[in-house]
Design a protein around this ligand. Structure first.
Ligand SMILES: [Zn+2]
Length: 147
């Protein structure tokens, strides 16, 4: 199997250690033909971008890198955080529509939409180590939120 793309990367804009340019250069060295920059959404403690508007600045940077490195397809995306059982994301639609790719995940310390959502997802995930029943409740909540 030959990998041709990486669609899950984090830059210094969230919890990564490299700049966007360094990620693109590393992807080229690895022989990838496509790379997506997918920094964490803003409403999670510590690991997220400072605000959703930051993606717009990152998009400008990516557009510049496309001219510098025409041999690789550079996508700007996000790893959005799921905030409730309805799957609400922490990035507004107006910004999501400007991204090339969006992945979504459940992360601890994400700001829930409401206190009830905090209990329904994040507290239940914290309790999953207490036994099989609690684990099944957490799995059901995670599946519902993700779907
Ligand atoms: Zn990630």
């Amino acid at each position: 199997m030959r990998f041709y793309g990486d669609y899950h990367t984090h830059s210094r804009n969230s919890d990564g250690r490299q700049s966007i340019k360094e990620i693109v250069e590393a992807a080229r060295v690895c022989g990838l033909s496509e790379v997506a920059i997918t920094d964490h959404g803003p409403l999670v403690a510590v690991i997220g971008v400072k605000s959703a508007e930051q993606y717009l600045y990152m998009k400008e940077e990516v557009e510049g890198l496309k001219y510098l490195y025409p041999d690789i397809n550079i996508l700007l995306g996000a790893e959005a955080n799921i905030r409730d059982l309805d799957g609400t994301l922490d990035i507004p639609d107006s910004i999501l529509q400007q991204l090339d790719v969006v992945i979504a995940g459940l992360h601890p310390y994400t700001l829930p939409t409401s206190l009830q959502d905090g209990r329904d997802i994040f507290l239940r995930n914290s309790l999953r180590h207490l036994g099989r029943k609690q684990r099944e409740i957490a799995i059901d909540a995670n599946t519902r939120a993700t779907v």
